[in-house]
Structure formats: C-alpha cells, structure tokens
Design a protein around this ligand. Structure first.
Ligand SMILES: Cc1cc2nc3c(=O)[nH]c(=O)nc-3n(C[C@H](O)[C@H](O)[C@H](O)COP(=O)(O)OP(=O)(O)OC[C@H]3O[C@@H](n4cnc5c(N)ncnc54)[C@H](O)[C@@H]3O)c2cc1C
Length: 416
C-alpha cells in the first residue's frame, strides 16, 4: 500500500479536532485507511446509486479491489494476500461502510470475510491453493451457503442432502438468502451427510460452478441459469442491501468430487460456529462506521436547514437527539474495538462477540432512524442517502444470527 496522506482519515468520528488512531488501530492502519478511503471516494462512491438501482456491482470492481490488494489484507502472502491481520481487514470494512451502501460492502466483503476463511482455516493445502488466491485477486467470487428455506437460526437443521456416491457426493436441496449467490463461482455449503443430520451430521462441501458463459459476468439471469451442473440461482428482492445479490439457489443432483469436502465428514457444525466470530465483529465494524457516516451527513444537514427563522441545529431538541446518537455510537465503537483487539489476540469470547453484535446492529437502526427524522421529508428521499442507511441497517439485527439468538447466547453464557 502506498498511502501517504492520512489527514482526512481516522478510525473514529471527526470531532473537529485531530484525533489519534483509536487502539487497536495504529499509524500503519491509518495509512492503509487513507489509501482505501481514496479508492472508495474516487471509484466507488460516485457509482453507488447506479449499482443500488441495478442491484448489481460490476465484476470489474471485484478485480480492481483485488488488484489494489484490498481483498487479501488479512491473508497470508503465500496465497496472494498482503500478510496482515484482522485489524487490516477491519479498516477495509469500515471504509466500505462509509461508502453509504451496506450492499456494496457486503458484496465485496462476504467472499473474504465469511466464505473463504473456512477454506483458509480448514482446507487441505490443495484446497487452499485452488480456492483462496483467485478470490483475493477478485477473479473468482465465493459465497457461504448455510441458510435454507426451512432453517436459518437453527443452523444444524440443514436439510440439503449430500449422498455418498462413487468418487464424491450428490447434492440435493435449496439454499436461500445467500450473499453473492448468483455471482458465486463456488459455494462453501453446509450439507447433511448423515441420516440424522444435526450437530454431528452436517459437512462443508465446496461446490464449484462451471465457468460462466462468455460475456455473462454481469448478467445475473445468465449467471444464475443451469450450466449443466444442476445449479440455478436467482436474485431475491429485498428491503435494503440492494447492491448485493442475495440468492435463492437450487441444487438438483449436483455431483461434487470427494476432495471438495472441507474439514472432516460430519464436522461442519463447529466450523460454522468458529466462522461466526469474525462475521459478527465485521458487522459491528460496519455499523460503527455506518453510524459515523450518517451522523456526519446529519450534522451538515441540520447546520444548513432552517425552520422558524433558525437553523435546525439551533433547536435544543436537535442537539439532544444528536448528543444521544453520538454517545450511542461512541459506546458501540468502544465495545467493537475492544472485541476486535481481543479477536486479534485470539481471546475474544462468544459472549463478547454476541454482545457487540447485538448492541451495534440495533444501535445502527436507531441512529439511522433518528438521523432520518432530523432530515424531515428530505430524509425520506433517496438523494440524501439516509433512507438507504435505515433500510440497509435493518438487516443487522437479522443477518449473522438474529438479536434473539444473540440474547439467547448471552443469557446462556451468563449462566441463566
Ligand atoms: C440480506 C441477507 C443476506 C444473508 N446472507 C447470508 C449468506 O451469505 N449465507 C447464509 O448462509 N445466510 C445468509 N443470510 C441468512 C441469515 O443468516 C438468516 O436470515 C438469519 O440467520 C435468520 O434465519 P431465518 O431467516 O431463517 O430466521 P428464523 O430462524 O426463521 O427466525 C425467525 C424469527 O424467530 C426467531 N427465533 C428463531 N429461533 C429462536 C430462538 N431459539 N429463540 C428466540 N427466537 C428465535 C428469530 O430471532 C426471528 O425473529 C442472509 C440473510 C439476509 C436477509
């Protein structure tokens, strides 16, 4: 990375005074932040609305992110990564969130944050060599496919079957709400590999799609069609995250070679659980950056907008509203950065992860809603981006484990 100008970038919100990097971020991370922020400002932000409207991010954006080295920040150099760690990837997640499109952040982030880590952590040397480097260059896209029409929170309830046959498995079932599922070149899929299924009966398979038809890389209908592999994927319409493709995937008699089994047969449950920590901390990082962005927009708006002969900012009620939201954002930042610090040291607990996910995702919804309110009718209009912030935020308390599941985890670990 060759960033030098870090003056406009900081891991925290701009309080109008120079702010030192918040631990665990260091000057080196802030330098990286500067270069990612410049890329986001110059090459992503100007296109966000078009990509939201198209419900698609062009494949060239993935390759550009790969070319700049941003997809491999936390990955070892032997696989084409930058050799950094989670704090480097955290910078990327924060800066993508500042683009104002959580869908864009999810589209670019999911392949490296949730889909490829199981391959890196649990794959054989051959599997890593095959499926990690092309995702880091942006040439290939990976998706994590666990949720099904019949099961989401109860991840052990996966019903997609993988039946053992000579040389591999035959997979049948459906996966839904899969981020990047239409575009994906391979799916890291949870499948039932025993009669009874459940905690000790599901496995991870890497299900590879044949190459996309010529000229189809940005054509969701062509990408989602059956390529003779028994897989079809179609994009689902949704409240927010418009720039991210969220797929319903059908798998019919899909043959998967046996060397595509990831980890141990019937051993996927613990791999899925171990993947959740980073997914949830990443979501918290996105929410903290998202709150900063929408608060900054709102501070500017209330300083300009006038009512009853005064700036909206001059009403005490406005100050109080912003003060409460800013304080909430700071509390979330503290909890999130602490979880990030502990995650890097390998000492974060499932309870801390659940707490940080629970607190930040709901706070993001509340802050986006409060900021929309301070915009009045303008907040309801697309052009200010605040309505998008609220729509996008609503996924937070659902995806990656719902609020209720987080509370369940916390309660149990509290010994209740
Ligand atoms: C935009 C988007 C992107 C997604 N991306 C992916 C992806 O890339 N890969 C993937 O595998 N999945 C993905 N998901 C799925 C997501 O992880 C699930 O939607 C989520 O885990 C909830 O599962 P569910 O939708 O089946 O809800 P359900 O499990 O049906 O829950 C419905 C309600 O019941 C509540 N509930 C369930 N169990 C309990 C309980 N024990 N106690 C109290 N309340 C309970 C829930 O909290 C919720 O309020 C995505 C979802 C969305 C919306």
């Amino acid at each position: 990375m060759s960033a030098t100008d870090t003056s406009a970038a900081s891991s925290g919100v701009d309080h109008g005074a120079a702010r030192l990097p918040d631990p665990p971020f260091t000057a080196e991370h802030e330098e990286l932040r500067g270069s990612i922020r410049r890329w986001v400002d110059a090459e992503l932000k100007p296109h966000v609305q078009a990509w939201e409207d198209a419900e698609w991010v062009p494949s060239s954006v993935f390759r550009r992110a790969g070319e700049l080295g941003f997809l491999g920040l936390a990955y070892p150099t032997e696989f084409g990564g930058q050799g950094g760690g989670p704090i480097h990837e955290a910078v990327l997640q924060q800066e993508l969130a500042r683009s104002g499109s959580a869908g864009l952040a999810a589209a670019l982030g999911a392949p490296i944050t949730i889909a490829t880590p199981p391959i890196l952590k649990f794959g054989t040397p051959e599997q890593r060599e095959r499926w990690v480097p092309p995702v880091l260059t942006g040439e290939k896209v990976a998706a994590l496919a666990i949720t099904e029409p019949g099961t989401g929170s109860d991840v052990a309830g996966v019903q997609t079957t993988a039946t053992k046959v000579d040389g591999g498995f035959v997979v049948n079932g459906e996966k839904c709400y899969i981020t990047g599922g239409v575009r994906a070149d391979h799916l890291v899929a949870a499948v039932k590999t025993s009669e009874e299924g459940g905690h000790g009966g599901i496995s991870f398979l890497v299900i590879e799609r044949p190459p996309a038809p010529e000229g189809a890389e940005d054509d969701p209908a062509a990408l989602g069609a059956d390529r003779g592999d028994g897989i079809t994927a179609r994009p689902l319409q949704k409240l927010g995250w418009h720039a991210s493709d969220t797929a319903l995937i059908s798998l019919q008699d899909v043959f998967v070679p046996e060397d595509h089994l990831l980890g141990e047969l019937n051993g996927a449950f613990k791999l899925i659980m171990s993947n959740f920590a980073w997914e949830r901390i990443s979501m918290a990082l996105g929410a903290v950056a998202g709150m900063d962005a929408v608060l900054e927009t709102t501070k500017s708006y209330v300083a300009e907008r006038r009512a009853f002969g005064r700036r909206i900012a001059d009403f005490q009620g406005t100050r109080w509203a912003l003060a409460e939201m800013g304080t909430k954002a700071e509390a979330c930042r503290a909890l999130t950065f602490e979880a990030l610090r502990k995650h890097e040291l390998g000492v974060v607990t499932p309870m801390e992860v659940a707490q940080v996910k629970l607190m930040t995702q709901r706070a993001m919804v509340e802050v986006a809603d409060g900021c929309l309110q301070l915009h009045g009718g303008a907040g309801y209009m697309k052009e200010y981006g605040v309505e998008r912030a609220l729509r996008d935020a609503r996924l937070g308390p659902i995806g990656g484990g719902t609020d209720e599941i987080m509370k369940d985890v916390i309660g149990r670990l509290m010994g209740v």
